[in-house]
Design a protein around this ligand. Structure first.
Ligand SMILES: Cc1cc2nc3c(=O)[nH]c(=O)nc-3n(C[C@H](O)[C@H](O)[C@H](O)COP(=O)(O)O)c2cc1C
Length: 443
């Protein structure tokens, strides 16, 4: 029977914008590895499939009011791989701001080090501030970022596939270490990248990292349909999640892929209490701690720095208060989601900012564990999700509650696994290991 995939999105002291101010969030510094270690071990003990670290390659401009994950994801996951045994480890890395050869080495190394547990969240980097950190005057446009990413993917796949699995013979008596004929140069020559190859290390246990992606614009969906094995996506209502789910799966099939090789995981930031009233109280506590100006700044970042400062807080907004979404060079689909929510729900700016404070435009839920299980089961069985990207509002507290109160209900309903499976992350996710063709190359 099909079961839910659950990923932990480990961000800051939790996903609610005010989590760091809440007495229940961890007192440890966000530069303290103990924090990442203890949260990830909890997720592993709770049988979650993976833990995921995001990355922006730029300092956020709300540092005066909000902490973020400061540690670089690949290095952090390298350390986490040594203090965990089963959980998948997903690192974000940008196709816009590194070279294919570097990235292929980092991930292949981590795949070896973790014994096959690494996943790559493929991003083109939506943050405009990142450009200046890499010598670019302006942000690469949305369409050019995706065009580069296509070429980048071809190059890294050739690199990961440049070694046959059995290239190393380690024949001590015969004196032959490796069969050089089973190591093929990448010889990639594309519009943006030229890579001679081969990679300077053997193929990792998984062949390639598990490909994770979160593009949701038409271009982003097309990219996800071609490559992604796990898709993160943000939806406030089930109907848009269903439309997204149908669309990416059918596009993946058109590319010759099987639907079960593409796991769609909408984000979910749940606040649960033993009664509905208690959950509402927790939600209000958090919302009362949120800072309107942080929300306004983040909204501005979503729309390429657009100024929202003149807008009154308590008058209903309209689509005219936002720039034309097709001109947005950041994460275009998120900008679209925000404008649609304003139109659908007739929100004031204060209400919009409150809605985004919980999980930045991902689904939120306030209620009892049973009600949350019903909500998740409904999305899972009605073609909206293969599982969820869990975004606990407060860490580690909300994760503890989810593991103790929600997961047993899902397990009782046969919707979530009761033991770890497989040796590698790929095996745990029932994903095929990429094959190599007879000339030693998969792509
Ligand atoms: C759950 C989730 C996590 C994401 N993490 C990152 C990240 O760490 N770094 C980044 O630059 N973009 C991140 N993104 C943004 C996506 O890569 C992508 O730019 C965004 O979903 C918009 O897609 P679009 O550009 O196709 O509209 C994330 C998106 C989602 C939904």
């Amino acid at each position: 029977m099909r079961k839910m995939v659950l990923n932990l999105f480990l961000q800051g002291k939790g996903h609610h914008e005010a989590s760091w101010r809440h007495p229940k969030s961890s007192p440890l510094a966000l530069t303290d590895f103990e924090y990442y270690k203890s949260v990830t071990r909890k997720a592993e003990a709770g049988l979650l499939h993976s833990v995921f670290l995001a990355d922006a390659v730029a300092l956020w401009d709300d540092i005066d009011k909000a902490p973020h994950n400061w540690l670089e994801p690949l290095t952090t996951l390298g350390a986490l791989s040594q203090v965990t045994e089963k959980i998948g480890l997903i690192a974000t890395a940008s196709t816009t701001y590194t070279a294919p050869y570097n990235l292929a080495r980092y991930f292949a190394s981590l795949d070896h080090i973790s014994r096959g547990r690494v996943g790559w969240n493929i991003v083109t980097t939506w943050s405009a501030d990142a450009a200046g950190n890499f010598g670019d005057e302006a942000q690469v446009s949305h369409s050019d970022r995706y065009a580069r990413a296509e070429d980048f993917m071809e190059a890294v796949c050739k690199l990961w596939d440049s070694w046959a699995d059995d290239a190393i013979l380690d024949d001590r008596s015969g004196g032959i270490y490796a069969d050089a004929a089973r190591i093929t140069p990448a010889n990639h020559s594309g519009p943006f990248y030229t890579v001679k190859g081969a990679l300077n290390m053997p193929r990792g246990p998984q062949g390639r990292p598990v490909f994770v992606q979160a593009g949701s614009s038409p271009t982003g969906r097309n990219f996800a349909a071609r490559y992604a094995e796990v898709i993160f996506t943000a939806h406030l209502v089930k109907e848009t999640a269903q439309e997204f789910y149908r669309d990416v799966k059918s596009q993946a099939v058109q590319y010759g892929r099987r639907e079960d090789q593409v796991n769609v995981l909408p984000g979910l930031g749940p606040i649960i209490g033993s009664t509905e009233e208690e959950a509402q109280r927790f939600a209000k506590e958090l919302d009362d701690l949120a800072d309107i100006e942080v929300g306004r700044k983040r909204l501005s970042g979503r729309f390429g720095g657009h100024d929202f400062s003149h807008l009154p807080l308590d008058t209903p907004l309209s689509a005219r208060d936002f720039p034309d979404v097709s001109t947005v060079q950041a994460a275009r689909s998120r900008a679209e989601l925000i404008v649609r929510a304003v139109e659908r729900e007739n929100l004031t700016l204060r209400q919009l900012l409150q809605k985004l404070a919980g999980a930045r435009g991902h689904g939120t839920f306030v209620g009892t564990p049973e009600q949350l299980a019903d909500y998740m089961e409904d999305w899972f069985t009605s073609g909206a999700a293969d599982g969820f990207n869990l975004m606990p509002p407060i860490l580690p507290w909300s994760l503890d509650v989810l593991i103790a109160e929600l997961l047993p209900i899902l397990q009782k309903r046969n919707l979530f696994r009761t033991a770890h499976e497989g040796e590698t992350f790929r095996e745990a996710m029932h994903l095929d290991r990429p094959a190599l063709s007879s000339d030693g190359r998969g792509h």
